[in-house]
Design a protein around this ligand. Structure first.
Ligand code: IVH
Length: 660
């Protein structure tokens, strides 16, 4: 017992350290796989000793709490907005007003992160609440979601009785690009920019989805700072860092507004080099005494202003609209543009997402359009310059046949996407192989799209399983493939055989089945064979496997082509097993409801236990509920269970079950 308690403490420390290195923009010292292994060990130990789970344990970051709606929370102090400056003269005017009251002043200039305000409350050092801005006075409680953000400390380094922090929750550009790519491949609608994606993710009712979205947080404000002995903004930023928050490192202090202006303009031209979106800078009077003297207008402080970058939009011409066929057969219309430079790079193509978007914006071939980069990354047509139309522009129509293989194309109910119906479409095969070898899948480095295309063209491979029979002599004739790269590639292919079940499931490219799903399925079934045999019911009983995923898994494993492909992989020696949950799966396929207040476990703890033992922790009672665990003061759910004749267990009885 003592050993386990110590091990838990060590694991927590290692995981939180890794977290800090990762989010503190340092070099992480452990790999994702090592992190996952430590996390699994800790989850197992905590499941064994539910009473030892603490709210600041790294396991609390994986999400899982599902809310029906958000409760409202009143902010301790209202969240104000800032006045905007759009050019140097607005900044000089701001400076003039400040100097009427404070002739000598220092300004702190911070990046204005383009995300959403998240207010955090700590009590006795522990994070107890996260809330959105709402209308500035009342926001929404998003605590469960906030917990999943790795850069938000669950416990302060040094406890203070009451502590409120404000900062910006945001989605890094890379996470945004990946999320949208996944959504496009799945035929789902895409997010317009990282801010929308971050807002959508933080307002998820299911915190596990938030956890997958890779959000981040920069802290910039502390309430009641003076009571903590802090006298100015720079001290606040240093203090926040000491307490374990991530503070944006780009802030600078100036005493002359002309220097502020030079810095703002320099940042405007560097804005695209950051890993996150910024939409301007915030200029704050540093000293709190001066801030207080300057005071507030009805809506905003007089001691701060935001300098907004002009939105970067350029004009270009849509020369053509072509179709790209993706891995899942989705046909994505893509604009071929007259090359222009926008937001730091030359752009000659822009995805038009789908036909609905083309029609909504009325984009035609030959149109002059305004182009920007959504989230600073994805080139996107903002609107058509209708005044430049000459009447020769051509309306775009979706083809009836796949441009890559000639099979019929169709659109499913409720989907924006048109899909090629063939399963042997060469474009899908190519994209499928590119996905199979990608970093989060089988991680075969050195096999880019061009090499895949060449190997397909010369018939050396037909599918991803053929990669495992490639030889050195096969590879050397490939263009731009030196001896060393061929050797490295062969080694990477060999190594990938031991990637394990989770990445392999993801690599198969099954619809609705992403990286996280791969992990969950691998953990639940332990081997490809078991997964293949699972029926719809087995799959739906797994928390986080929705009906769409369950359905597409069953369909996928029913296909003869899948069976043939898996046999080939197996014969090539690809490992198709995973370590299984160490717990007996006594609740497999069972839906269990917990109600009332419990003594032995926190609500989340018992739900984790139910999941660890293979069950699903559900929130409402129905005829399908296997049993209800009822604590003190159980209300309507207990009554409903009694009415339906669903068995009711006490906490003790539940404990007996999992111990037996
Ligand atoms: S200070 C009273 N600092 O910009 C001062 N805001 O209108 C409150 N923002 O939505 C804001 N980065 O969430 C401040 N470094 C930064 C910021 C920042 C982004 C956002 C903030 C709010 C808006 C200000």
């Amino acid at each position: 017992m003592q050993d386990e308690l110590e091990r838990i403490a060590t694991l927590r420390k290692e995981l939180e350290d890794a977290n800090k290195q990762y989010y503190g923009l340092d070099q992480p010292r452990i790999t994702d796989t090592e992190y996952d292994a430590l996390m699994r060990e800790l989850l197992d130990l905590e499941a064994k000793h539910p009473n030892w789970v603490t709210p600041d344990s790294p396991t609390q970051r994986v999400g899982g709490e599902v809310a029906k709606e958000y409760t409202k929370v009143r902010h301790l102090e209202p969240l104000l907005s800032l006045d905007n400056a759009f050019d140097p003269s607005d900044l000089r005017e701001f400076d003039r007003r400040v100097r009427q009251i404070a002739p000598l002043v220092d300004y702190v200039v911070e990046l204005k992160i383009d995300g959403l305000t998240v207010a955090l409350t700590y009590e006795d050092g522990l994070m107890v609440r996260g809330a959105t801005r709402g209308d500035g006075v009342v926001g929404e409680d998003i605590t469960a979601n906030v917990r999943t953000v790795g850069s938000i400390p669950l416990r302060l380094n040094k406890a203070v009785p009451k502590f409120s922090v404000r900062g910006e929750g945001y989605m890094p550009k890379a996470s945004f690009a990946r999320l949208n790519q996944e959504r496009e491949e799945e035929g789902q609608s895409t997010f317009a920019n990282p801010r929308n994606a971050a807002a959508g993710s933080l307002r998820q009712l299911n915190s596990r989805i938030t956890a997958e979205r890779k959000l981040d947080y920069f802290a910039y404000q502390v309430l009641s700072a003076k009571e903590l002995g802090l006298h100015n903004q720079t001290e606040v930023l240093t203090y926040l860092q000491k307490q374990g928050f991530v503070v944006n490192p780009e802030y600078k202090v100036f005493s002359d507004i002309e220097e502020v202006i030079i810095y703002c303009e320099a940042m405007a031209s560097e804005r695209h080099h950051f890993l996150y979106d910024i939409d301007g800078l915030v200029i704050k009077v540093n000293e709190f005494d001066l801030q207080q003297e300057l005071g507030f207008t009805a809506k905003s402080p007089r001691w701060a202003i935001s300098y907004k970058f002009p939105a970067e939009q350029v004009e270009t011409v849509v020369e053509d609209i072509v179709i790209r066929v993706g891995r899942t057969g989705v046909l994505t219309p893509t604009a071929v543009l007259k090359a222009v430079s926008v937001a730091g790079s030359t752009v000659s193509r822009a995805t038009l997402h789908n036909l609905d978007n083309i029609r909504e914006k009325d984009i035609r071939i030959g149109d002059h359009v305004l182009l920007h980069k959504a989230g600073d990354v994805i080139p996107e047509v903002v609107r058509v310059l209708l005044e430049k139309r000459i009447g020769e522009e051509k309306l775009f129509e979706m083809p009836d046949l796949c441009p890559e293989c000639g099979s019929p194309v169709s659109r499913e109910e409720g989907e924006a996407a048109y899909r090629c119906q063939s399963i042997i479409c060469p474009a899908q095969q190519r994209e499928g192989i590119i996905h199979f070898v990608s970093r989060d899948a089988m991680a075969i480095d050195g096999l880019g799209p061009a090499v895949v295309q060449q190997l397909l063209d010369v018939g050396l491979i037909n599918d991803a399983a053929d990669l495992y029979s490639l030889t050195f002599d096969d590879l050397t004739p490939v263009e731009r493939m030196g001896k060393k790269s061929a050797e490295n590639l062969l080694k990477a292919i060999q190594d990938s055989k031991e990637r394990g079940l989770a990445p392999l499931i993801f690599a198969l490219g099954i619809r609705h089945t992403g990286e996280k799903a791969g992990k969950i399925l691998a953990q639940t079934f332990g081997s490809m064979e078991e997964l293949q045999e699972a029926n719809l019911e087995d799959l739906q009983a797994i928390p986080d496997v929705g009906p769409a995923m369950a359905e597409s898994l069953v369909q996928f494993f029913r296909l003869e082509s899948t069976e043939r492909f898996l046999v080939k992989l197996c014969e090539a020696g690809v490992n198709m097993t995973a370590e299984k949950s160490s717990k007996p799966q006594i609740f497999a396929g069972k839906s269990i409801v917990v109600t009332g207040s419990l003594e032995r476990w926190e609500r989340r703890e018992i739900e984790t236990l139910i999941e660890e033992y293979g069950g699903k922790a559900a929130s409402s009672v129905s005829k399908k509920t296997a049993f209800v665990v009822a604590g003190e003061k159980a209300g309507s759910k207990l009554a409903k269970a009694q009415g339906l004749g669903v068995p009711i267990l006490t906490e003790e009885e539940f404990e007996q079950l999992i111990k037996s």
